[in-house]
Design a protein around this ligand. Structure first.
Ligand code: NAD
Length: 391
């Protein structure tokens, strides 16, 4: 089987799905590795490094003609989609619950679609394949650096001959993988860190990292299935927003990471909360993306400053801005998942396997991923947006 790595085309995407170090691992399992010329450029990985590792560097046209399986960071771009043929497979972060229309398109083309984000994350044997966690770790770290760089004061307490600076007060909203990494990073920089999540079971993790867990009186436990949060009711959401506003106003830097799988990111920082913040405060909205964000007025990939001097940074894809580390982690996840699915040098699709049941979205002309198929049945075949706006 020939597996291929594409050069990403999404603006700002500097990661690559496979680094040269993983080429030998795939070749050891009997796979031939093709790499589109320039695929690793954004992560400082030259074509020659892939060639030395035993891969064949090819053009996009050659790749489309020869590859049995094509690996990518995100979703196939228009050009790639147009060139896919029946029987080929794609592997990437396809996010089928947010974009079920893509799953239908791939199924109609007879393409086997494998999505890293469908992995059952609580299975310990799947941890090495968990790209959502590996990339969230990278992004949570970078969010703190981005926030610190935009903040006009120090993070640590500093005592100098010219005076003493108080430590920054940092608030992390959402304490999943990214939020916990952000807490640790902000603490290492010397900030005083508080954090909140609708899953109160994260309190002990927050405290073990040196943060203070904020408990809201107006919203109870909103833990959902599989370790994720459930969407709040309208009533809960409004109560949460109002109570959070008081805490937000007391902080210098706020990092928001809240997500509910398959839904719009919940709005945590409202217009009113922004108005109550002090000039010079900074918010890094990691929930920011095409579906919205955690912060009112945040714009994906852009920095906006409110009339009262609050900087809002729309930072939904921060892992792409740490391409060396993020690609190395992602590549290990991709290779581990792929090798789990390969038997005797070929892709062996088995929907009865617990891991494959989560990641195989389409196969042999049909959408076979249960949650995506259910979503499509509910919303109609042309569905392209997630259900249940939560903001
Ligand atoms: P995520 O990206 O879906 O969400 C980030 C955080 O936002 C979550 O902690 C969630 O509770 C929180 N959130 C959602 N709505 C909110 C709201 N209205 N207000 C405040 N917070 C809100 O989550 P994630 O980081 O990908 O992971 C979530 C969980 O999965 C974590 O418990 C994580 O530890 C767990 N996980 C477990 C394993 C494992 O067992 N091996 C692996 C990976 C992740």
């Amino acid at each position: 089987m020939k597996v291929a790595v594409i050069k990403e085309s999404t603006p700002g995407e500097r990661r690559v799905a496979l680094v040269p170090e993983m080429v030998a691992r795939l070749r050891g399992a009997g796979l031939e590795v093709l790499v589109e010329s320039g695929a690793g450029d954004g992560a400082w990985l030259a074509d020659s490094a892939y060639a030395e590792a035993g891969a064949t560097v090819v053009s996009r046209t050659e790749l489309l003609a020869d590859a049995d399986l094509i690996m990518m960071v995100g979703k196939p771009d228009e050009g790639l989609l147009g060139g896919l043929r029946p029987g080929q497979a794609v592997l990437g972060m396809l996010n089928p619950l947010a974009d079920p229309g893509l799953a239908t398109t791939l199924a109609d083309k007879g393409v086997t679609a494998i999505s890293l984000d469908g992995l059952p994350r609580t299975l310990s044997r799947a941890q090495g394949m968990d790209a959502l966690s590996s990339q969230a770790n990278v992004a949570g770290y970078k969010a703190v650096l981005v926030g610190a760089a935009a903040f006009g004061r120090f993070f640590p307490m500093l005592t100098t001959a010219a005076g003493t600076a108080r430590p920054a007060k940092v608030l992390i909203l959402g304490t999943g993988v990214a939020g916990l990494q952000a807490i640790g990073t902000a603490r290492r920089l010397g900030a005083v860190v508080s954090a909140y999540d609708v899953r109160p079971q994260t309190k002990t993790e927050v405290e073990s990292l040196g943060g203070t867990f904020i408990e809201l009186t107006s919203v109870g436990n909103a833990a959902g299935e599989g370790g994720y949060a459930r969407a709040l009711t309208d009533e809960e959401r409004q109560a949460q927003q109002a109570e959070l506003a008081g805490h937000i106003a007391r902080h210098d830097v706020v990092i928001t990471t809240a997500q509910v799988p398959g839904r719009k990111p919940p709005l945590l920082v409202t217009e009113d909360a922004l108005k109550a913040m002090t000039a010079g405060a900074v918010i890094v909205d990691m929930g920011s993306g095409p579906l919205g964000g955690n912060v009112a007025g945040s714009v994906p990939g852009e920095t906006v400053v409110t009339g009262n001097g609050v900087t809002i940074i729309g930072a939904g894809n921060l892992a792409a801005s740490v391409p060396g580390a993020a690609s190395a982690f992602l590549s290990r996840n991709v290779a581990t998942l792929l090798l789990h699915m390969v038997k005797d040098g070929a892709l062996a699709i088995d929907p009865d396997d617990e891991i494959q049941a989560g990641v195989v979205i389409s196969h042999e002309g049909a959408v076979i991923h249960p949650a995506t198929a259910a979503l499509l049945a509910e919303s109609g075949p042309g569905a392209s947006s997630p259900k249940g706006a939560t903001s």
